[in-house]
Design a protein around this ligand. Sequence first.
Ligand code: ZN
Length: 298
Amino acid sequence: MQTAASLIGLVGLVLSAVLPILIWRRPPMYRWVCPSCGYDRNLIGRLQCDRCERRMLESDQLEHLRARWRARDLLAIYCVSLTASTVGVLLMLKGLNKLPPEDATPDEVLQFFMQPEPVWTTYAFSNASLLLFAVTVAGSRFRWSIRDLGLCIRGQVRSTCIGAAAGAVVFLLSFLAATALGVERRDIFPYSPSDPLWALIIPSLAALGPLTGELFFRGMLHRMLRRRRSASRAMIISVTLYLFHMMGLPAPYTVAAIGILNTALFERYKSLTPGTAASAMFGVCAIVQSTVAGYQLV
Ligand SMILES: [Zn+2]
């Protein structure tokens, strides 16, 4: 097992170094957005909007430039962060001497990775690296503004409260559904309140996970898909990929519910804050439920 882990680590390191070069060879696609009609496909150098009469000096275009994410940009961010976090998790578990023994069967290895420690380490690492890569790549390679992500200041407090309330409602519904259907109890939370693993779980569930999910899966992926697709089609694709990202934690149907809720909030408010508040509230509810009941249900 140790040899296999070292091999995966090595391959991961090479991929992390090579993938960006392979995928980002071409420069990003810049367009200027017409301040009058909002048309966002005007080529650089064109002095008049393609759709309306608005003229634009070349020196003023800079302010209205907008980079357009393409699927391969997002794929690159995702793959690089995935390999980086896998390497990180394996190195950390190896360093702590917590990898399964070399002669472990595949079943035992699977069992091992379902335990609280590997589960939460993986969750924290994968979200942290996705957030890090998304922010640094977007910041260095694309000109973007707070408004690109729907983070304009107006109406934030109200939409955040609505998001948080919606997150609590979705948690309650998932909890009731799980109870009514007799879903198997999971215990991936530590039993003792003083367990050091909480130091990893609480910030991951209440802040890191929600921020990453909204920034990448709604702010970047869903926005990109929306350019050519209806809201419902874009939602099906982005929520499916979100499910893949959150695999194993928590139950898939609650991830789907949160994904659908957050996409609807994003479509309604054109902002990432209500969705972030909804996921954070969902995470806090899950923590409270698990500490009170001693097991996880949703
Ligand atoms: Zn125009």
